[in-house]
Design a protein around this ligand. Structure first.
Ligand SMILES: [Zn+2]
Length: 269
């Protein structure tokens, strides 16, 4: 509250609270009695912070987070999505990273800016846009260079991935990629993120080919340690799936009959 006018200090609210909370606070009507500002702990009747209550609150938040995650998977697609993510044969740190990236809780420039840790959310790699997870892993020119050398067709004209989860959803449910491609995709993503953080600490930025080599090496090393030869596709990967929208697949065959001096061709689509 402003000490003389009694009006709310909107700029201070924006510095302290998230935008949604600021909107909620500003929508609360002010009374005629205008007391001085003071800090209160909302979870005790007298507004005092008590460690014991904070501990119980943290436990209940953990419980509600677990409940939210299970309710998120209410639909079959969501359950399948998360089962596919957690079922990949990649190091646990890469699974944890994938989960964080899908939940959009990685400390991207945009998220850090939102939490008032940074004042500028512009992508340091391209300086062209805000560094969200969707930008970092897909829209950024540096990301596209890496995907291009990988050969994984995540970049198609007219397809946009707003978040990292959108990108994986597209690969799993639209492109129907098998486990080999998905494992390489999350491993490359981890390497992109890891190398970006190293760059922020002063290390030189790795070239796309170096990131790809690092991802392949780590994945092959992990697969061999877990007794699964790299590149071995399981039966599920061999099933035929229709190509994505706007793409057509045509199978052709031909045979030559020299005795009859003729040939025959066939075509399926
Ligand atoms: Zn960028």
């Amino acid at each position: 509250m402003h000490p003389t006018t009694g009006a709310r200090n909107t700029s201070l609210l924006k510095q302290i609270f998230l935008p949604g909370d600021v909107h909620t606070i500003l929508s609360i009507p002010l009374g005629s009695f205008k007391p001085r500002d003071r800090l209160i702990w909302a979870y005790t009747p007298r507004g005092l912070f008590i460690v014991n209550i904070a501990y119980k609150l943290a436990l209940s938040m953990n419980h509600s987070l677990a409940t939210t995650e299970s309710s998120d998977g209410d639909t079959h697609s969501h359950r399948l999505f998360w089962r596919t993510i957690w079922g990949r044969c990649v190091p646990n740190k890469v699974k944890a990273f994938t989960w964080k990236a899908c939940r959009n809780i990685l400390p991207t420039e945009a998220n850090l800016c939102h939490r008032h840790v940074l004042s500028d959310s512009t992508c340091e790699a391209c300086n062209l846009a805000e560094e969200t997870s969707g930008h970092f892993f897909w829209e950024c020119t540096k990301a596209k260079e890496t995907w291009n050398v990988s050969g994984i067709p995540v970049v198609k004209t007219g397809v946009s991935h707003g978040t990292f989860a959108d990108l994986l959803w597209y690969l799993i449910f639209i492109q129907h990629f098998g486990q080999d491609v998905l494992e390489l995709t999350v491993m490359i993503s981890w390497c992109m993120w890891f190398n970006c953080n190293r760059t922020r600490l002063g290390s030189p930025r790795k070239r796309p080919q170096e990131i790809l080599s690092q991802a392949r090496f780590m994945l092959e090393e992990f697969l061999l340690a877990h007794h699964r030869p790299p590149g071995l596709k399981d039966a599920m990967d061999n099933r035929w799936v229709p190509p994505a929208f706007l793409w057509y697949k045509i199978n052709t065959d031909a045979a030559v009959f020299s005795d009859w001096n003729s040939w025959h061709r066939s075509c399926d689509s």
